[in-house]
Design a protein around this ligand. Structure first.
Ligand code: NAP
Length: 749
């Protein structure tokens, strides 16, 4: 039979003609049942010291039959030892005489070093068809009655094969576990025992110990009566089988002792911090742990950082009319929040960030720097404190750096890591893993970087450290702020000058923030250059309010009669102010005051009052400067007198959604006709915005744009699929309501 790891054996015939299970308990019984149910094994026989269990196994349909060790093992082509770890030696000694020459032998024990030691002693070596295994699945129950055919579905099974493993045996055993629904990983025996000591054995030890301590402290158990849910969750594993666990600790002694010592040291430090009333130290550890917990759950499930699995669909309900008034500050700019982490980590000194927006890019970057030894506290209500390690202070991460769904983080990191003395690997979620990274890898290679990509230039990216980079001049074939930033970051470490020329203007937040951190960037028309070898100096950054978020309120106050609104501390980066320029061309009344500079970025306060807008031909040079703001500008156009024409905006058709089409569909749903063109749209203003139901297609900017449109509508508007708004603009609904939009957000049932 052709072993095929991925194929379902139902069509290919059984993988093993006869499986012998020694020890028909929870795990042995569950594997027997799953193997039988999937048809992967011709016949399943079992041996156990309890005849009752075996008879129950037949009765429950878990096995085909049972017998003595000799009867079930002779003639079996797969033998699974599923007895408690301490019984392994006895069982191996008993079955050894009956093992056929081609038999595959495996086990399910929770420790692997002890199994291999016994194999070596009893079988006189570690044969290539003996493949130890450990399913990471189980329950607190024992015995065959608790066996379940789906116990291993969506769980992991670790195999620890010998170096000279028989490939066919490994492939068939892998297929068997996969056929039971498990994901199979292979690793060395030592690694298995260490990983399990840390992630399973130590937590069990702590749970047993904690419950015992508390039970001993309070003889009448009064204390448990007040135990909250957290205690119950945390100590659930103390209900596990004591005999099995005493076995596990004795057989994985060394690895467990190492991790207990490590934990003891850390616990002693926490004790010391409490004793010394050192709140900072406690906060540092707790915030690092909380972030790590979040990071691991994202990483393990391969998700983006801002994906919230518990997120329910949200719908906006809007009543028509209203006017806008107040004095507000919208959340911080995403790109600037992100870069504040990067440069803060590489700076000398402590960088304090206020107004930080927790976007995908910044959260991914924050975690990656933590993985490289940078202490970062927060984010906590927009406040982040970064203890910079200096340009050469990053430490090699212990594993791949996981960047969720952030393409920006991956591209910027590639430049930064290409220049570090250590090797690194960058990975991301499924969607990031499909995005091409050649646009950054190619010019970096020209600088001397050594970068391996996956097929088609996609992640994972493996970056070889210790290379000396040389500055280059790079003419970007396509304008991209990410490519430019990546090369400039590499350029900080390169010999000589690195310069990047852009064919069209792109956002220049990296250049400005470098200047803000005291690193000179030479800018000459469309070329930005840095000289390698400088340093960054930490400071305080009050992240400017995001102009893309402010845009909704600029349009809202312009179109709603009787409005007067002040927006504070808005980022006025000239590569982003297209929305203000366009609105002003349409006749908007926007007053800019209190202009100043924060961390290299211009900011200002904006006062906007209602005005009669008129349609315009949007100047093409403004299009790249307002690319994210067009959805709400379309609402402004619909409320203007005359025709507005947008051209040169092909990029908008390939954003989170085909923004032009989705906006046109939404406008149509509320009675406004438009004409979509290949690179833009034509909107005749002055049509009545009626009520209706709009599908935002999960595009946060479109959802918010229709909230703004309600101000001039004649009927109720409902916008579906609005959950993403909470990530790009936390607090939008409250702020919209506070300023005068009649909005309610409801979870869809
Ligand atoms: P279990 O339900 O108690 O089953 C073990 C079975 O083996 C029992 O029927 C037991 O009989 C029998 N047995 C014990 N000594 C024997 C011997 N010398 N000869 C023949 N049969 C013997 O235990 P389990 O939970 O399935 O655990 C089995 C193995 O799986 C252990 O090595 C454990 O480390 C591993 N494992 C367990 C879990 C879990 O969550 N439970 C998870 C992963 C791996 P008696 O009842 O008469 O003792």
């Amino acid at each position: 039979m052709e072993p095929d790891v991925s194929a379902s054996s139902a069509q290919a015939g059984p993988l093993f003609a006869r499986m012998a299970v020694i020890g028909l308990g929870l795990i042995g019984g569950s594997l027997a049942r799953a193997a039988r149910e999937s048809g992967l094994v011709g016949q399943v026989l079992a041996a156990d010291r309890s005849e009752d269990e075996l008879a129950r196994g037949v009765e429950l349909g878990v096995i085909d039959g049972y017998g003595t060790m000799e009867e079930v093992v002779s003639g079996a082509d797969l033998v699974v030892v599923a007895v408690p770890v301490r019984a392994t030696r006895e069982v191996l000694e008993q079955i050894r005489p009956f093992l056929g020459p081609d038999v595959v032998l495996t086990d399910v024990g929770s420790t692997k070093g002890s199994f291999v030691a016994v194999v070596n002693e009893v079988l006189g070596g570690w044969p290539p068809r003996v493949i130890p295994g450990h399913p990471i699945a189980g329950s607190e129950k024992n015995g065959v009655s608790a066996a379940r055919g789906d116990l291993f579905a969506d769980h992991k099974v670790i195999l620890t094969p010998p170096e000279d493993v028989d490939a066919d045996a490994l492939s068939r055993l892998t297929s068997l576990w996969q056929g039971c629904g498990a994901t199979v990983l292979t690793m060395s025996v030592a690694r298995h025992d260490e990983v399990l000591a840390a992630t399973s054995h130590l937590p069990h030890l702590i749970a047993f110990s904690l419950v015992d301590t508390l039970a001993g402290e309070d003889q009448n158990m009064e204390i448990f009566r007040y135990a909250a849910g957290g205690f119950r969750d945390f100590t659930r594993i103390a209900a596990s089988d004591p005999v099995m666990w005493h076995d596990i600790f004795l057989s994985n002694r060394e690895a467990v002792l190492r991790v207990i010592d490590h934990f003891n040291d850390d616990l002693a430090q926490l004790r010391q911090a409490i004793d010394a009333q050192d709140g900072d130290a406690l906060l540092r550890v707790f915030s690092r742990a909380r972030a790590a917990r979040h990071h691991f759950s994202k990483m393990l499930s391969g998700q983006a950082y801002v994906t919230d699995m518990s997120q329910k669909p949200v719908r906006f309900r809007l009543q028509p009319g209203g006017s806008i008034a107040g004095d507000i500050r919208v959340p911080g700019d995403k790109s600037i929040s992100h870069r504040s982490i990067m440069l803060g980590a590489l700076a000398d000194g402590v960088t304090e960030v206020e107004g930080f927006l927790e976007g995908e890019d910044s959260l991914a970057t924050l975690q990656a720097f933590r993985d490289m030894g940078v202490t970062i506290e927060g984010p906590d209500n927009g406040h982040v404190r970064i203890r910079g390690v200096g340009m050469n202070g990053l430490q090699a991460p212990r594993g791949p750096l996981y960047l969720g769904n952030s393409g920006t983080a991956m591209r910027l990191f590639t430049g930064l890591l290409a220049a570090q003395p250590f090797d690194s690997e960058l990975t991301g979620d499924a969607s990031l893993s499909r995005r091409p990274m050649g646009r950054v890898a190619d010019p970096l290679r020209a600088m001397g970087a050594v970068i391996e990509t996956g097929e088609g230039g996609t992640p994972p990216l493996r970056i070889r450290g210790g290379q000396t980079l040389s500055g280059i001049h790079y003419d970007m074939p396509v304008a991209s702020a990410q490519v430019k930033s990546c090369l400039l970051l590499a350029g900080l470490y390169a010999e000589g000058m690195t310069s990047v020329h852009e064919p069209a203007p792109t956002r220049d937040h990296t250049e400005r923030m470098l200047e803000g951190f005291g690193y000179h960037v030479h800018r000459d028309a469309a070329t930005a250059s840095v000289n390698g070898g400088g340093k960054l100096t930490a400071g305080r950054i009050d992240v400017p309010a995001d102009i893309s978020s402010a845009a909704f309120f600029l349009v809202a106050a312009s179109i709603a009669e009787g409005s007067d609104l002040t927006l504070r501390h808005v980022g006025m980066n000239p590569t982003r102010t297209g929305v203000i320029n366009i609105l002003k061309l349409m006749g908007a009344d926007i007053e800019v005051s209190n202009e100043r500079e924060i961390g290299g970025e211009p900011v200002a306060d904006l006062r906007v009052r209602s005005a009669t807008l008129h349609g315009i031909d949007i100047p093409e040079e403004q299009v790249p400067l307002a690319i994210d703001e067009f959805p709400v500008l379309f609402v402004a156009a619909a409320c203007a007198e005359g025709r507005t024409v947008l051209r040169g905006a092909e990029e908008l058709r390939v954003k989170e959604s085909d923004r032009i089409q989705v906006m046109a569909d939404g406008l149509k749903a509320v009675g406004v006709e438009t004409t979509v063109t290949p690179d833009g749209i034509v909107i005749d203003g002055g049509q009545t915005i009626a009520g209706g139901t709009v599908d935002s297609h999960g595009d946060h900017r479109i959802a918010m744009s229709f909230a703004v449109a309600s101000l001039r509508a004649t009927g109720d508007i409902q916008v579906n699929d609005c959950a993403n708004v909470a990530t790009s603009f936390p607090g939008f609904v409250e702020m919209a309501r506070q300023t005068g939009i009649r909005i309610d957000a409801q979870e869809e049932q």
